[in-house]
Design a protein. Structure first.
Length: 149
């Protein structure tokens, strides 16, 4: 199963806030422009991330959003798990429910799919947002300017 656009946008928004960590609030418009995310969709995503305790919001003229956690400890896996749920290449591995597959319990692919999901989860859970910042290309364009849904 692929990662939803919503989850990709959530990761990019958190990444943008992680890059700006300690520098004060960032507006929806600044994040949207920098990460090529539709502003209205971004507002919904940031609201959900706020409810999850990943971001904080500040009101007022100099308001905006801040990362609530240290980018050195916040992992990509935490955001993915919050937005999408368990990482799994197929639904039956994620739900662990017999109703999702008539071959459940007798499937030759189950071990492989479970290992693939575990490998992806391991990568996501051991990658912090600081790791991503540290590996960001020096020439990365911080203002993309266009977006699509």
């Amino acid at each position: 199963m692929g990662m939803s656009r919503k989850c990709q946008y959530a990761l990019r928004a958190v990444f943008d806030l992680a890059r700006r960590h300690g520098g004060g609030p960032t507006t929806v418009g600044e994040i949207a422009e920098s990460q090529a995310i539709p502003p209205r969709f971004l507002e919904l995503i940031l609201g959900q991330l706020r409810q999850g305790g990943f971001v904080e919001s500040r009101r007022g003229v100099h308001g905006g959003y801040l990362l609530a956690l240290d980018p050195q400890v916040l992992t990509v896996g935490e955001i993915i798990q919050f937005i999408e749920g368990p990482v799994a290449p197929v639904r039956c591995v994620a739900t662990d429910r017999e109703a999702d597959c008539p071959l459940y319990g007798h499937c030759a692919f189950m071990d492989m799919w479970t290992r693939a999901g575990n490998a992806a989860t391991d990568v996501y859970d051991t990658t912090t947002f600081q790791d991503l910042i540290d590996k960001e290309p020096a020439s990365a364009d911080r203002s993309v300017g266009s977006y699509s849904i």
